[in-house]
Design a protein around this ligand. Structure first.
Ligand SMILES: *Cc1c(COP(=O)(O)O)cnc(C)c1O
Length: 395
């Protein structure tokens, strides 16, 4: 297909649900991407959060290639060694318990919500407290959990049983808890909401309240998971063990997977026939996910994520002193946000024109989430482009 024809097909035949950039990528390797014309880009936002090991990581590709030559699909009423291996790895990396496999972040959160409801059914509790500027997905229940009007408008009525309170506001949480409350669900760093980091005291207090009132502490690690913040999971920075976490995005190394991990006591809450997903934890994707863990371990990517995160953060903090348009720098590891006093979109576009892909979330927060194997060289290159663009936009 010719380039114009491709754009035309999208116009005519694909629903316009995405705000699209007129770019056609055809090849990727690490943090490099090539478009159809052969132009090279440096990707500081790989896969919208799904690219923690970069594009086409050899360890991911190797497992996938090997599996595709043998068997692509095994229905979930049978066993498979690689699904077992991935489950074991996920539990090893998190806490003793059980996993449920699905295909996306929304589905993982949907499974978490269903599990919480089942858990609460015994005591007639179903309400889940979530937070302002949260993002938990686009299915009806996760949309209700997300609680942002701009995503919800026109899709009412949404499932009941969710209540939103201010992020990092313990008094608001306490005031919202009632006899129907069964859980508290949050991202430890709100990704779509503007890179807002949960306070440590706040999270410790949530754990305490959940213990006292027998509520589930439900952590959405869809964006923060798999090394993004410098530890395998963001909750590991906080000194708490959640009752459950949800994962997706980068777990599949670029292929779709979602996972709900629950602590041991909750492991049999959803039993035979209560939940399912035809493609959940497919064998090809399990191979890809095992490749992701292998890459993280063998290439010491948690350490690199910490180190490179600190390297970028130090530079950004210097900038915040010299650029009046920078209001605040936030984040952890390689999940970083630059809050601006102006709209971020023109900056993203200018970076793109110079071959750098970044993102803007929540209107005015530039979001940098490079692959965990990003090099210092690549960072220097990206930051020099961004610095130049900020200079041009700041006057
Ligand atoms: C992206 C995201 C989701 C939704 O994941 P999908 O795979 O797009 O359904 C849920 N929670 C968080 C924190 C996310 O960043």
């Amino acid at each position: 297909m010719k380039i114009d024809e491709i754009f035309n097909v999208y116009q005519e035949n694909i629903m316009p649900t995405y705000n699209k950039v007129p770019l056609i990528f055809v090849k990727g390797k690490g943090s490099k991407l090539w478009d159809i014309r052969g132009k090279l880009y440096l990707d500081f936002f790989p896969g919208w959060g799904a690219g923690n090991v970069g594009h086409c990581h050899p360890k991911v590709m190797q497992g996938v290639r090997d599996q595709i030559g043998k068997l692509i699909f095994v229905p979930n009423n049978y066993y498979h060694p690689f699904q077992a291996k991935l489950a074991k790895e996920l539990i090893y990396q998190s806490f003793p318990g059980k996993v449920f496999f699905c295909n996306s972040g929304a589905e993982a959160n949907e499974a978490a919500i269903k599990l919480a409801r089942k858990f609460g059914a015994l005591t007639n509790r179903f309400e889940i407290i979530t937070f302002t500027n949260a993002f938990h997905g686009r299915t009806l229940a996760t949309l209700a959990a997300t609680g942002q009007k701009k995503y919800q408008q026109g899709f009412e009525p949404l499932p009941e049983g969710f209540c939103q309170v201010k992020f990092n506001d313990l008094a608001a949480v306490k005031a919202a808890i009632n006899s129907k409350t069964v859980g508290i669900m949050l991202e430890l760093i709100q990704g779509e909401g503007g890179i807002n980091v949960a306070d440590k005291d706040f999270v410790l207090a949530l754990r305490k309240i959940c213990d006292e009132k027998k509520l589930l502490l439900m952590i959405d690690e869809v964006q923060t998971g798999i090394g993004r913040t410098g530890k395998m999971f963001a909750y590991q920075h906080y000194g708490v063990i959640p009752d459950l976490i949800t994962l997706a995005k980068s777990l599949g190394g670029g292929l779709p997977i979602g996972t709900l991990i629950v602590k041991k006591e909750l492991g049999d809450t959803l039993s035979f026939g209560m939940h399912a997903s035809t493609f959940g934890g497919g064998v090809v994707i399990c191979r890809a996910a095992l490749g992701v863990f292998k890459a993280i371990e063998q290439e010491k990517l948690l350490k690199n994520s910490q180190k490179m995160g600190e390297y970028i953060l130090a530079k950004l903090q210097l900038w915040s002193k010299t650029f009046p348009i920078i209001k605040e720098i936030r984040g952890l590891g390689l999940m970083l946000g630059i809050e601006l006093s102006i709209a971020g979109k023109p900056i993203v576009e200018k970076c793109l024109a110079r071959g750098l892909l970044i993102n803007c979330t929540h209107e005015n927060v530039l979001r940098l989430m490079p692959a965990l194997n990003i090099s210092k060289n690549e960072i220097d290159k990206a930051l020099s482009i961004l610095e130049q663009v900020l200079k041009e936009c700041g006057v």
